[in-house]
Structures are given as C-alpha cells and as structure tokens.
Write a protein that binds this ligand. Structure first.
Ligand code: AKG
Ligand code: FE2
Length: 349
C-alpha cells in the first residue's frame, strides 16, 4: 500500500486564498484594522529580561536521558547546546531566509501556497481560526524547495536549495537523536518502539516584520505544534517567543546564545506520552524596530502511523489508564485543521 504524505493530508482541508496571502508589509506605515488586536494586552518586549528557567540541556551530558525526560515532563520545552551544528550554518540559513522575505510582494506571490497545498509562501495555517490577521509571513519547505526557488530566482536558486536541504538534513539527524533519548526515557525496555515509526518533516521559515504598533499586533497567535517535536532557531537578541506558564502567564523565551536551539513537545508526543509531556501553548510577539526571522523545523511520524499512548512508563502510580484513544496521524491532523486546540477533547478515551 502506498503511504501518504503530510502534503497529501493537508489537501483534505483546503483553505481560502484570502486566508493564505499575507499583506505587503513593505508598504505599511500603520497597522490596518484587519491586523489590529484590540484586546491582546501585550506588554512591550523587554530585551533585557532574563528568560525563566527553561532547562538548558547539554547533549553531551552523561545523564542526558534523565535531563531531557524531566524537561519534557515539567516544561515541555527546553534549550539544547552542544548539538553539533556549527553556529555559522544558522547564519547562512537565516540570511537565505531574509533574502526570500526581502523580495517584493509581486515576487513572493508567485510562490504562494496553493489553497490545498502545504509548501510555499503564505500566512500561518492557523489563520482562519482568528478574526484578525497576524503580523507574520512564512515559507514552508518539505524536502526540496527547487520548484519555488526557480520561480523566485531563475538564475540563482541553487544556493537557497542547498542551504535549506542541508539544514533539513541536520535537523532530521538531531531530531532523531532527541527522539531516541525521549523513547529511552519513556520506554527503556521496549526497543521495538525504536523502529516502529517512519518520519516526516517540514521546515517553516518565519518572518515578523517591524511593526508600527507592536502592542496591538500578534506575530503568531497562541497555538500548539502538531507533530512530535519542533526545533526552533531564533537569532540572538530577537525575543518574541512566549509560552503560557501556569501561575506566571505569558513568559518570554530568549535564546541563551546564537547557536542554542529551542526544542518543544508537540501534540503527537503529548498523546504518545499519555499526557505526561505538555504540548506547549506558545505565541509570538512583534517588535517595532527589529525584523525577526525564525526557523522552525517540525519532526513527526508519517501520516499513516498510529499513535497509541504509552502507559507503562509512569512508575509507582499503580494502574494507569490511557488518557487518549489511539489515533491515526492523518485523522489527528484533519481534526486539528477543523477544531484547533479543542481537538484533544475529541480524542480522549
Ligand atoms: O517564531 C517563533 O519563535 C515560533 C514559531 C512557531 O511557533 C511556529 O512556527 O510554529
Ligand atoms: Fe509553533
């Protein structure tokens, strides 16, 4: 039986072009009503603020399995250092991303995501769930961006493709390493699980242009990520990412260094861990003077896989019942495309 892809699963939930095409940020002097969030109540980003104590994990630490497991359980988000990806490489990827977003709107529209598509230029997929638009434009890549890059730079597309493909390769290897460490924490005795998934990936380049009224605009509205793990690179000094922390409200996560990567748990890992790992609710704020770019790499199981909550890892708590029913990834993504975060209530067992 032929396996389906993430791209095919998005086809089943088409979006309208009106919800896909970003405004031309180069022309904007004032935030238009369509992008004005009157009740968002953002306090301005303080770039000197220290981040909360999100765990920082050294991938070479001898007790890395325990460290990661504990971070997933208590926070659902952590930063990793010593991951082996050289710092200069992030600069290269970011500069290619900036090259794309700096193009005139008439160029970018040539590669706009199709209404039933998954890759290309456009708004965030969660856009239709909100009455206001976000201060954001994105470009999604799954494996090779060749066709789109040729449209954008007919004589000069190779470097963009090489850099993006190489970045995905590096992130895939890192995700797999993290995945094995997490499985080791969840189910040390079940080696068969190590080989029980095929994987899928997507790379999302995010651009948050300077915003004339950052207190009443939103870069990305609150959401959780859908797959197993997200690895995020945000450049130094461009804060914007916030997580919702119990008792503390929205809290900024600043990069601790230019080569630190932020890793967060996504919905499917939340389900697999039987709800033990929180799927982090996060949002992005924007800045008046800094054009922020981030690189989000999503890693998850093939859409034909089935996720069954693992219950045996919760030690010393007696009999544990699954909190969620088993669910096919394809079905989960389709439910989320229709219901966003109320999706969890639909798959509770
Ligand atoms: O830009 C960021 O910091 C976060 C991006 C994000 O949440 C996403 O792409 O899903
Ligand atoms: Fe996200």
């Amino acid at each position: 039986m032929a396996t389906s892809t993430l791209e095919e699963s998005y086809k089943e939930n088409p979006q309208s072009l009106q919800h896909i095409l970003p405004i031309d940020f180069h022309l904007i002097q004032e935030v238009p009503n369509s992008h004005l969030w009157p009740n968002i109540n953002n306090s301005p980003i303080n770039h000197d603020d220290k981040s909360p104590n999100v765990p920082i994990i050294d991938l070479l630490a001898p007790n890395v399995v325990e460290l990661i497991g504990h971070a997933c359980k208590t926070w659902g988000i952590f930063q990793v250092v010593n991951h082996g990806v050289p710092i200069e490489f992030f600069d290269e990827v970011e500069s290619q991303a900036r090259r794309l977003f700096a193009l005139p709107a008439e160029q970018k529209v040539k590669v706009v995501r199709s209404t039933s598509g998954a890759t290309g230029y456009g708004t965030a997929r969660i856009t239709p769930f909100f009455s206001k638009f976000m201060w954001h434009e994105g470009f999604t890549i799954m494996d090779s961006p060749l066709d789109h890059a040729k449209e954008l730079w007919p004589h000069d597309y190779q470097e963009f493709c090489d850099v993006m493909e190489n970045y995905q390769k590096k992130m895939k290897a890192l995700s797999f390493q993290l995945w094995l460490l997490i499985l080791n924490y969840l189910q040390p005795s079940q080696e068969h699980l190590m080989n029980s998934f095929e994987f899928t990936q997507a790379l999302q380049l995010n651009s948050y242009p300077c915003c004339p009224n950052p207190n009443h605009a939103v870069g990305l509205a609150p959401h959780t990520d859908s797959l197993f793990l997200t690895i995020l690179h945000q450049t130094n000094n461009t804060k914007g990412l916030q997580i919702l922390k119990k008792d503390q409200g929205w809290t900024s996560i600043a990069p601790i260094s230019n080569d630190a990567l932020i890793v967060n748990v996504g919905d499917l890992l939340h389900i697999l861990s039987n709800g033990e790992f929180p799927s982090v609710y996060h949002r992005v704020l924007v800045d008046q003077t800094k054009h922020r770019v981030s690189l989000a790499y999503f890693f998850g199981p093939q859409v034909d896989s089935t996720i069954v909550p693992l219950v045996s890892f919760e030690k010393n708590v007696g009999v544990v019942v699954p909190k969620y029913r088993k669910v096919k990834v394809k079905e989960y993504l389709s439910l989320k495309a229709k219901h966003l975060e109320t999706v969890f209530s639909l798959i509770r067992s």
